[in-house]
Design a protein around this ligand. Structure first.
Ligand code: HEC
Length: 188
């Protein structure tokens, strides 16, 4: 009887508790990465807007956003980026997992969910490798409308047209999901 109990406890922890602990660990790591990404980028954007206005800030955004993402990818050994269903930078194109989560975020937003808390984590296997994937919604704030709103100042529109000829990341209103941070961490 006792043997059976020990056996069951071991089996349970192997089947349930260990993966659960790994999930929680990775989720915490991914949330930390997203937080660093969000805070660093927000700081860069605000400083650039203050120092040189929106046209200059476009330059900073297009340089810093990918640079921060690749630094966080390198440091974590995973993949860190931003994605959206309406793209400005073509390299922010979501894959099928990310697209499904972005659509889920939009549904949640339409149903009045709190965007600040909107996230999704899942263990997946891709090409024989296990990953923890995590996404966190990026809400559209007032300040974002300068470059993502329905009506842009002519100099902002023309700077964007020049740099992003296929830009469709416009027409947003405050409170909409602009996109998401996406983190993919390999499991050992
Ligand atoms: C000064 C103009 C400017 C402002 C203000 C601005 N953005 Fe952007 N945004 C850009 C540019 C430029 C890019 C493309 C960056 C790149 O090349 O990686 C971009 C890209 C993005 C992307 C990546 C997806 C895509 O479409 O390529 C997200 C998400 C995003 N912005 C969210 C926001 C949010 C949220 C705010 C407000 C907090 C905001 N932006 C404010 C200029 C701006």
């Amino acid at each position: 009887m006792k043997k059976v109990t020990v056996f069951h406890a071991l089996l349970l922890s192997a089947m349930f508790l260990l993966p659960q602990a790994a999930f929680a660990d990775k989720k915490e790591e991914a949330m930390g990465i997203v937080k660093t990404f969000a805070t660093t980028l927000k700081g860069e954007l605000e400083a650039a807007m203050k120092a040189g206005g929106p046209v200059k800030a476009i330059e900073v955004c297009s340089e810093k956003a990918p640079a921060i993402a690749s630094e966080l990818s390198r440091a974590s050994g995973g993949f860190v980026r931003r994605v959206s269903l309406k793209l400005r930078n073509p390299s922010d194109m979501p894959d099928s997992w990310e697209r499904a989560v972005l659509e889920y975020f939009d549904q949640q937003a339409a149903g009045g969910a709190d965007l600040v808390k909107l996230g999704k984590g899942e263990m997946v296997t891709e090409g024989g490798q296990k990953y923890f994937r995590f996404m966190k919604a990026i809400p559209t704030a007032e300040v974002c409308l300068t470059c993502h709103g329905a009506t842009l100042a002519p100099e902002v529109a023309s700077a964007l047209d020049k740099k992003y000829p296929h830009d469709v990341a416009r027409g947003y209103r405050a409170g909409m999901v602009r996109g998401a941070f996406s983190v993919k961490l390999p499991m050992k």
